[in-house]
Design a binder for this molecule. Structure first.
Ligand SMILES: C=C1C[C@]23C[C@@]1(O)CC[C@H]2[C@@]12CC[C@H](O)[C@@](C)(C(=O)O1)[C@H]2[C@@H]3C(=O)O
Ligand SMILES: O=C(O)CCC(=O)C(=O)O
Ligand SMILES: [Fe+2]
Length: 340
C-alpha cells in the first residue's frame, strides 16, 4: 500500500506541482512490499521509507560530526580538500563548472579509505571513522533490503542479483554529506538559489537522509518540480541511472535538485550504492527477451559510465551515450573516446 504523506499538500506555484510522495512501510508483509516498491520505482523513481532498521543514534551521531565539521573556519575545512574526488569540496559541484551553493564531504565507503580521508576531516579521526562506518553499515543494509525487494518484485530468479553487487568488497559506493548554508538574500538578491543543480544520480540507488529543512525537489516526466517535505525520521530512496539500465528502462532514474533555504542551514547525507568499477552493466536477463524486447542499452562498465558522467555537465543526459541504437549517426562515441 502506498500511504499518502501527511505533509503532501503543498502550494502549487509556477512550474512546481503538489504531489503525494509514495511512502513505503518496511514493516509490511514482504509479499505486499515488493509490489508497492516496484510501482513507486516505475512511477516516480523516488519514495520515502518508514520503519527502517537504522537506529536514530547512528544518524544523529553522523549529523553531529557533519555539523561540527562544517562549523569550522574555511581554512581548516580546506585542509580536507580539494575533493578530487574525495574529501571536502565547495561551491562548484562538479569538475565542469556546474554551479551550486553548497559545501560537502565525499567519502568512499571502504573502511580503509574512510580512515585515510578522516585524518584531514576531524581532530578525533578515529571517532569520525567509527561514526561514518556505523552509518555506512546500517544504510547499506537498507539499500540491500530494497534492491532484494525490487528483484523479487520483478520476478528475477537470482534473489540477490543486485544486493550482491552492492555488498561486493570492491563496490564503489560513496557517502556524501551536503551542507547548504542559509542563502544570504542581500548578496544573492534572489529567493530561489540552486544548492545542487538538476541531475539524476549515476549509481544504482541512493538512500538520502536530510535534516528538518526543505529544499529537495524531484522532477516529473513533464518537467514539473515537486517539493519534497523534509522528514529527518525517515529516508528517501532515489532510483539511479544504473538501475534504469538494469531494469531495461522499466524504472526511470529520478531527476532532482536542491534549493537553498533563506533562513536555515540544510544538511543531507546521501549513500550512493554502486558496483565495483569493472562490473559490466547490462539489463537483468529477466528484463530482456530478444527480438521482441531487446536491450535498450549496450553493455558498459561502471568505470566507463562514471567517466562519462564526470566528463559531462550535471544536467546532461548521460544515458543517451549508452543507448543501443542502430542508426550509427545517433550512436555516441564509446566511453574510451570521451574527453575528460
Ligand atoms: C557535476 C558532477 C558532480 C558529480 C559528478 C558530475 O560530473 C556529474 C554527476 C555528479 C554526481 C551526482 C550524484 C553524486 O552526488 C555524485 C557524487 C556522483 O556520483 O555524481 C556527484 C558527482 C560529484 O560531486 O563528484
Ligand atoms: O541535498 C539534497 O537534497 C540532494 C543532494 C544530491 O542530489 C546529491 O548529493 O546527489
Ligand atoms: Fe543527487
Amino acid at each position: 500500500m502506498v500511504v499518502p504523506s501527511p505533509n503532501s499538500i503543498m502550494k502549487s506555484c509556477k512550474k512546481t506541482k503538489a504531489m503525494e510522495i509514495p511512502t513505503i512501510d518496511l514493516s509490511m508483509e514482504r509479499s505486499e512490499l515488493w509490489e508497492v516498491i516496484v510501482k513507486a520505482c516505475e512511477e516516480y523513481g523516488f519514495f520515502k521509507v518508514v520503519n527502517h532498521s537504522v537506529p536514530k543514534e547512528v544518524i544523529s551521531r553522523l549529523e553531529e560530526e557533519g555539523t561540527k565539521f562544517f562549523a569550522k573556519p574555511t581554512q581548516e575545512k580546506s585542509q580536507a580538500g580539494p575533493a578530487t574526488p574525495f574529501g571536502y569540496g565547495f561551491t562548484n559541484i562538479g569538475p565542469n563548472g556546474d554551479v551550486g551553493d553548497l559545501e560537502y564531504l565525499l567519502l568512499q565507503v571502504n573502511p580503509l579509505c574512510v580512515s585515510n580521508t578522516s585524518k584531514t576531516i576531524s581532530n578525533d579521526s578515529t571517532k569520525f571513522s567509527c561514526v561514518v562506518n556505523d552509518y555506512i553499515e546500517a544504510i547499506k543494509e537498507v539499500a540491500c533490503e530494497i534492491v532484494d525487494l525490487v528483484v523479487e518484485g520483478l520476478g528475477v530468479p537470482d534473489k540477490f542479483a543486485l544486493s550482491r553487487i552492492i555488498r561486493d568488497a570492491h563496490s564503489d559506493s560513496v557517502l556524501r554529506i551536503n551542507h547548504y548554508p542559509p542563502l544570504n538574500l542581500k548578496l544573492k538578491g534572489n529567493k530561489n538559489s540552486i544548492g545542487f543543480g538538476a541531475h539524476s544520480d549515476p549509481q544504482i540507488l541512493t538512500i538520502m537522509w536530510s535534516n528538518n529543512v526543505g529544499g529537495l525537489q524531484i522532477s516529473t516526466s513533464e518537467g514539473l518540480w515537486i517539493p519534497v517535505p523534509p522528514d529527518p525520521n525517515h529516508f528517501f530512496v532515489m532510483v539511479g541511472d544504473l538501475l534504469q539500465v538494469l531494469t531495461n528502462g522499466r524504472f526511470i532514474s529520478v531527476r532532482h535538485r536542491a534549493l537553498t533555504n533563506t533562513m536555515k542551514a540544510r544538511m543531507s547525507i546521501m549513500y550512493f550504492a554502486a558496483p565495483p568499477p569493472n562490473w559490466w552493466i547490462t539489463p537483468l536477463p529477466k528484463m530482456v527477451s530478444p527480438p521482441q524486447i531487446p536491450s535498450l542499452y549496450r553493455p558498459f562498465t561502471w568505470a566507463q559510465y562514471k567517466q562519462a558522467a564526470y566528463s559531462l555537465r550535471l544536467g546532461d543526459s548521460r544515458l543517451d551515450l549508452f543507448k543501443a541504437q542502430k542508426d550509427t549517426h545517433l550512436v555516441a562515441a564509446s566511453p574510451s573516446h570521451i574527453q575528460c
